[in-house]
Design a protein around this ligand. Structure first.
Ligand SMILES: Nc1nc2c(c(=O)[nH]1)N[C@H]1C(S)=C(S)[C@@H](COP(=O)(O)O)O[C@H]1N2
Ligand SMILES: [Mo]
Length: 166
């Protein structure tokens, strides 16, 4: 094959490669979640999408008071994150991009069915969609989750998670 034919062919391949994976490529450039134990979270352990996908995965379908219809959420169980970070006691503080924050004791998190979700119906979540990370409970599975207690724990746009020691 002549150079004349080869070059456009290679160029086309490169373009298709770039166009088909923009969301994933963008996600890899930035950490999705920082985990830390220091007050200012300066010395954080950063996780990107690849790291999260290599951890234990879980999913469930549920409706939420903030969305329409039944949604399939996929992500990392809150409990698996504890194991990953080796947090055995204390309290987790989850902090959102808008500075909203919630505290969840490690003992509670260990038994929690909550998911740090990063996909909704198979798609990564934009900031507008409460992404990139949203702590969700299987609201439809038990009426107890349909309460202000669990709604207020359902923090979206999670930016970092800090361990507060006792
Ligand atoms: N990032 C973020 N998550 C959040 C909040 C928030 O302000 N920011 N509000 C919480 C509270 S207190 C409740 S009750 C629910 C419902 O919030 P809404 O009243 O805006 O629907 O979301 C929770 N998650
Ligand atoms: Mo609330």
């Amino acid at each position: 094959m002549s150079d004349f034919i080869m070059r456009p062919a290679l160029f086309a391949c490169a373009c298709i490669g770039l166009l088909s994976t923009p969301a994933v490529a963008a996600a890899h450039e930035h950490p999705m979640l920082r985990i830390c134990i220091d007050v200012t979270c300066t010395f954080a352990h950063s996780l990107d999408l690849d790291d999260l996908e290599e951890m234990e995965q879980a999913s469930f379908a549920t409706s939420t008071i903030w969305t329409e219809g039944t949604i399939e959420f996929q992500g990392v169980p809150l409990r698996a994150l504890l194991d990953h970070a080796d947090f055995t006691s204390g309290t987790l503080e989850l902090i959102a991009a808008n500075d909203y924050h919630v505290e969840i004791p490690v003992d509670e998190a260990r038994d929690s069915p909550a998911l740090i979700a990063y996909r909704m119906n198979g798609k990564l979540m934009s900031t507008r969609d409460k992404g990139p990370l949203w702590l969700v409970y299987p609201f439809d599975s038990d009426a107890k989750f349909q309460s202000e207690i669990y709604y207020s724990k359902s923090i979206w746009q999670i930016d970092h998670i800090k361990l507060l020691s006792e």
